[in-house]
Design a binder for this molecule. Structure first.
Ligand code: CTP
Length: 394
């Protein structure tokens, strides 16, 4: 995944500095080469030895180290991406003002490749107008920043300022090694497995984990999209930065939420494993045991079909097709029948939980894809954005 990618980790002096040790370890395990710069304040919280032992690469602290007299240039030339984690209000302020008064800030000035900043600080510091202005200035310059998580902070305050989970920083690094934050569309993404109740205790569902939809939401958000999600049952935690979230369990609930929200979106991706059938009667009381039991089911609304009939001009509609045979033919037929712009046909007999084998089918092209769900998510977004460009041309 990150094999031989060169990452320059800059650790600054915040209480979350210890979390950067785990980040370095995860990146190394993914095959990356990680070199670390620690600021003077970072050394108050963590030691060089932690990073050197974990990464097996040198660490740097001193701009005037005679053994490495121009480390700020050689390190800037060496790395593919720079990750500043955690980033204090102080370094953000220096970056915004082009100050280079130590090794970390001088290297930042010499660095002309993607930068990812992970702010982490007290909520009042984060919300301070000066800090927010500085963040905005960095964003305008094309520097990627992750929003801090909300929660209980080390200082005892509650609010936004928390260092995000490293599990969320890694997809961001993977994204910014390849892409800029250039998406301007509003995405509506559905995912998860429907839950159709039989009685107060039992329900019918399916094996969908929601992982593909979460990967899509992650990729679209990280690339700058405004992302709303509607999801049913999922077996993975949602990224902390998604805010417009509706939970709907049954196919009927999802349909009514989609009807309410879809007009606001430019791109709609139906990744949910929506039940095709629901019990004819939902029993109010628990169904008692008997020798035999037959369930009567009725069809649910095909949400994708409804969207295909009701989408406005220029709105991009994407569907999925889970097939076990005649993959491409069946999916092409669904693309036309449901008036879609793109359909992703998954071979359910081959796809595993982390990797996918899929065909991406548009009106004029069929592309085969093999790789992780996150890579597939980016590929889907590439195609959507290309279709959007094409649509906007006319
Ligand atoms: N879908 C939907 N509403 C439903 C069922 C499915 O919107 N009630 C959407 C899914 O989100 C997916 C697509 O339809 O994007 C394809 O679902 P799939 O089950 O593969 O195909 P169907 O069209 O239902 O056809 P079949 O089950 O006969 O293969």
């Amino acid at each position: 995944m990150l094999t031989d990618r060169k990452i320059l980790l800059v650790v600054t002096g915040g209480i979350a500095a210890y979390k950067a040790i785990d980040l370095a370890s995860r990146l190394k395990k993914l095959g990356a080469k990680v070199r670390t710069i620690l600021t003077k304040s970072a050394l108050e919280f963590v030691g060089e030895i932690n990073f050197r032992a974990i990464t097996g690469e040198p660490t740097y602290t001193d701009q005037f180290d005679l053994a490495e007299p121009i480390a700020h240039i050689t390190l800037a030339d060496w790395a593919d991406i720079m990750v500043i984690a955690p980033a204090t209000a102080n370094i953000i302020g220096k970056m915004a003002n082009g100050i280079g008064d130590d090794l970390a800030t001088s290297t930042i000035l010499a660095f002309h490749k993607p930068i990812l900043v992970i702010p982490a600080m007290n909520v009042n510091m984060y919300n301070n107008k000066a800090v927010q202005d500085n963040i905005e200035r960095l964003q305008i310059r094309g520097i990627n920043l992750m929003i801090p998580e909300k929660g209980m902070l080390a200082c005892g305050y509650e609010g936004r300022g928390k260092y995000p989970p490293n599990e969320e920083i890694i997809p961001a690094i993977l994204t910014y090694l390849q892409y800029e934050q250039t998406i301007s569309s509003k995405y509506l993404i559905t995912f998860g497995a429907s839950q159709e109740d039989l009685d107060p205790m039992r329900f019918i569902t399916n094996h969908s984990s929601g992982k593909m939809g979460i990967a899509l939401a992650r990729a679209a958000y990280l690339r700058g999209g405004d992302v709303d999600v509607i999801h049913s049952r999922i077996s993975e935690t949602l990224p902390y930065y998604l805010e417009q979230i509706s939970k709907t369990l049954s196919a009927e609930e999802m349909f009514s939420q989609v009807k309410e929200d879809f007009t606001k979106a430019n791109v709609i991706i139906m990744c949910a494993a929506v039940a095709d059938y629901t019990p004819k009667i939902k029993e109010e009381q628990k169904i008692k045991k008997k020798e035999e039991l037959s369930l009567e089911l009725k069809r649910t609304q095909d949400i994708l079909h409804y969207l295909g009939e009701n989408k406005r001009e220029g709105q991009i509609l994407v569907g999925f097709a889970a097939e076990s045979e005649n993959l491409v033919e069946n999916a092409e037929a669904k693309l036309k029948k449901k008036n879609l712009d793109l359909i992703i046909a998954n071979n359910i007999s081959v796809s595993q939980s982390e990797r996918s084998l899929a065909y991406l089918i548009t009106r004029d092209k069929v592309e085969e894809f093999q790789g992780t769900k996150f890579d597939l998510a980016h590929k889907i977004i590439d195609i959507i954005e290309a279709i959007k460009k094409d649509v906007n041309k006319y």
